[in-house]
Design a protein. Structure first.
Length: 270
């Protein structure tokens, strides 16, 4: 597949190439493999250690998920592990009251983290899509987040072989949607912004960032195909599955070729 005018595609990681949200849910529900210590799901661990009901245990997990969504982390001042243990500690206190229990919070965090990483996988069909796409363009993984956390995810899903470069926001001066990180990606691959496409599930970081950086196109992964409440930013294209990307790129390429042919068609007066 040759692509007219496109030399590189940037991919987001979380909930674009790997289903991080689903892995997090499974980490709450499932047991660890036999042989690992404390072979309990998080809900069971909370029930056993705090003698709370299943509903209360799930409420704690829900609070933690909400805290993760609102999380602001400065690696220069705070360790990500300590911050996330604090999320669990606060959620337990907010739900059940009583004194803080740092040891239980740490146990829940490491149990959740270990199980989530185990469920972070790059699906076989996604691997195949990346392999074929890389024959035509250069591929780069661009993910926001804490360096340690994102590198652990990248290693867990073993996606390194499918990319020409990997850029983690937490290792840079600025993260998406800042133009600087996109321009850094372009420099790494030796391409211009107008030759690149950004694919991701976040309008605020992936799409707005691609627009800020002047990329050729932005592709929003909208799995539910729901209309956003806010009309801005507006992506160039929308797909419901990352596996739809090759067909979209081919469609874009065909349109560009048609436009080129039209522009070179002699007029009747020539």
């Amino acid at each position: 597949m040759g692509l007219q005018g496109v030399k590189a595609v940037f991919f987001d990681l979380d909930n674009t190439l790997v289903d991080t949200a689903a892995a997090g849910r499974r980490a709450i529900e499932e047991r660890l493999p036999h042989g690992l210590p404390r072979s309990l799901k998080v809900v069971s661990a909370l029930q056993a250690k705090r003698h709370c009901g299943e509903g209360e245990a799930r409420a704690i997990c829900d609070r933690v998920q909400a805290k993760l969504l609102r999380e602001c982390h400065d690696p220069a001042t705070t360790c990500i592990t300590e911050l996330r243990i604090s999320h669990w500690e606060e959620a337990i206190q907010e739900t059940l009251g009583g004194q803080a229990n740092r040891s239980l919070a740490a146990e829940c965090y490491f149990l959740w983290k270990t199980t989530r990483l185990r469920h972070l996988t790059l699906a076989e069909d996604t691997r195949g899509m990346l392999t074929e796409l890389r024959k035509a363009v250069r591929l780069l993984l661009l993910t926001n987040g804490d360096r340690q956390t994102q590198r652990e995810k990248i290693e867990a899903c073993a996606c390194q072989p499918y990319f020409d470069a990997i850029v983690v926001g937490g290792e840079q001066k600025e993260e998406k949607p800042a133009p600087s990180i996109f321009h850094h990606c372009c420099d790494l691959l030796g391409v211009q912004p107008a030759e690149c496409i950004m694919v991701g599930d976040s309008l605020d970081t992936d799409i707005q960032g691609g627009l800020n950086a002047g990329l050729k196109a932005t592709v929003w992964l909208n799995k539910t195909m729901t209309t956003p409440l806010d009309t801005a930013p507006v992506p160039h294209y929308v797909i419901s599955s990352v596996l739809d990307l090759p067909a979209l790129l081919q469609k874009m390429d065909n349109k560009m070729n048609t436009n080129l042919e039209t522009s070179h068609t002699p007029s009747c007066n020539e």
